[in-house]
Design a protein around this ligand. Structure first.
Ligand code: UGA
Length: 441
């Protein structure tokens, strides 16, 4: 099939390459010339494991092209909209300007019978607002949310754990004739994963849009739940990692996404729960989501707590202290620093008078662009030179595997704050380190 992908960021670039891998002929479109030049040259414009290999593999087939020229979408049967929906400056609600611009640009190149598939995370009601204009051009809008995780984006796109189609429906809630036609087209797009048995949920627009934000809200809630338990553990001397193991054995609860620590960040969970709250307010049901305010607060408190802990181990003050922060990305296997807890802690400490040096295997350039006042070092050992305290803020395997003796040889004081609960405390204490963590004795 001929497919276009509008927006080639973390979501769109991977989606475009993956669709080509499935055998389709794909054109990726973006307004960012540097990004398109990089992708057209077969280079991933950001760090995503497996993407360079995938780009090389499908690049060789000639099935994948990239351009800034929207007219290149003409002739594609399906157009995937993958542009960002960031938080509006100074407000909770999602900023839909990129979605609207993409649709406006796309509209004049649509042909009757085309399918437009929305993948961006949008407030419920957006598809309903956009559909009539597309229908007037003879195209059908479907909502097809994406659940990929950065760091696993290629695998999640090629082998998703579910597919969701939100179709236009009639008064009885049944797909319209156009909806059924669009479904058949999507079934062709996803023929390979569907043949592999990937579950498919076919539903209406509203449900499909809600599925996405409900899933991210649940994940954020799970993380904040365990971080709230960490606060209890800190007050009682209990160990939140053992607590998580123990409750996680209950299959109804499950151990995944119960890792206590610095909490969630990134370009999705924080802004999605906020946009969801804003949308609920507009719909007159804000009470239904007031708990997300608490989820957000618990999450942000963890960052403050880690800074306080640093002050505690540095004898009451971090002013003038040398601090090494291990990690800048919002999570390992990513170079994304959007709302990164690690960077937020580093910046806070710098603002409070500490001399902070940050390291990260992949995200230093992005971090420096955001916080040029911080110092950066290429490795943990270099960042930790003469440090009064070391903070493990993003759990890259390089930092999990650090040797307490080797790191101990370069620091001024052996003080380790494990912001992700990934080190073995006994090992660090045996090497003479003061080891502290969030939610652990
Ligand atoms: C998230 C969702 O997991 C995806 O399913 C979704 O498609 C994506 O958002 C999106 O909306 O596009 P992602 O932002 O890549 O994916 O990252 P996650 O793996 O969910 O991690 C989010 C944050 O939670 C990270 O900062 C991570 O360190 C933190 N986290 C995760 C914890 O603090 N504890 C955990 O147990 C798990």
């Amino acid at each position: 099939m001929r497919i276009s992908v509008i927006g080639c960021g973390y979501l769109g670039a991977v989606h475009a390459a993956s669709m080509a891998q499935l055998g389709h002929e794909v054109v990726g479109v973006d307004v960012d010339e540097a990004k398109i030049a990089s992708l057209a040259g077969g280079r991933a414009p950001f760090y995503e494991p497996g993407l360079p290999e995938l780009l090389a593999e499908v690049g060789a087939t000639g099935r994948l092209t990239f351009t800034t020229d929207m007219s290149a979408v003409t002739g594609a049967a399906v157009h995937f909209v993958c542009v960002g929906t960031p938080q509006t400056n100074g407000e909770f609600r999602a900023d839909l300007r990129y979605v609207d611009a993409a649709l406006t640009g796309l509209r004049e190149h649509l042909r009757p019978g085309d399918v437009v598939a929305g993948k961006s995370t949008v407030p419920v009601g957006t598809a309903e607002r956009l559909a009539p204009d597309l229908a007037a051009a003879g195209a059908t809008l479907v909502w097809n949310p994406e659940f990929l995780r950065e760091g696993f984006a290629v695998q999640d796109t090629l082998h998703p754990d579910r597919l969701v189609y939100g179709l236009p429906t009639d008064a009885d809630g049944e797909p319209t004739a156009r909806g059924r036609e669009a479904r058949a087209v999507l079934d062709q797009v996803y023929a390979t994963p569907l043949a592999e048995g990937v579950p498919l949920v076919v539903t209406d627009y509203a449900t499909a849009q809600l599925v996405k934000v409900a899933a991210n809200s649940f994940l954020a809630t799970k993380i904040s739940f365990i971080n709230a338990m960490a606060e209890l553990c800190e007050a009682t001397g209990a160990d939140v990692t053992r607590l998580a193991d123990a409750i996680g054995y209950d299959e109804r609860i499950g151990r995944r996404f119960l890792n206590a620590g610095l909490g969630f960040g990134g370009g999705c969970l924080p802004k999605d729960i906020r946009a969801f709250m804003a949308r609920a307010g507009e719909l007159g049901v804000s009470d239904a989501l007031t708990f997300l305010q608490e989820v957000d607060s618990v999450n942000m408190r963890r960052r403050v707590r880690l800074v306080d802990l640093a002050r505690e181990v540095c004898d009451g003050s971090i002013v003038g202290k040398r601090v090494a922060v291990l990690g800048a990305a919002f999570k390992p296997e990513s170079d994304d620093v959007r709302d990164s807890p690690a960077l937020s802690v580093a910046a806070q400490m710098q603002l409070q008078g500490a001399h902070v040096t940050v390291t990260d295997p992949q995200a230093i350039d992005n971090a420096r662009a955001k916080w040029p006042d911080l110092r950066f070092a290429p490795t943990a050992l270099e960042a930790a030179q003469g440090a009064d305290v070391v903070l493990l803020a993003t759990e890259w395997s390089q930092y999990r595997d650090l040797d307490p003796e080797e790191l101990g040889a370069v620091v001024a004081h052996r003080r380790m704050l494990d912001g992700r609960n990934v080190l073995v405390p006994a090992q660090w204490r045996a090497a003479g380190w003061t080891y502290r963590a969030l939610g652990r004795p």
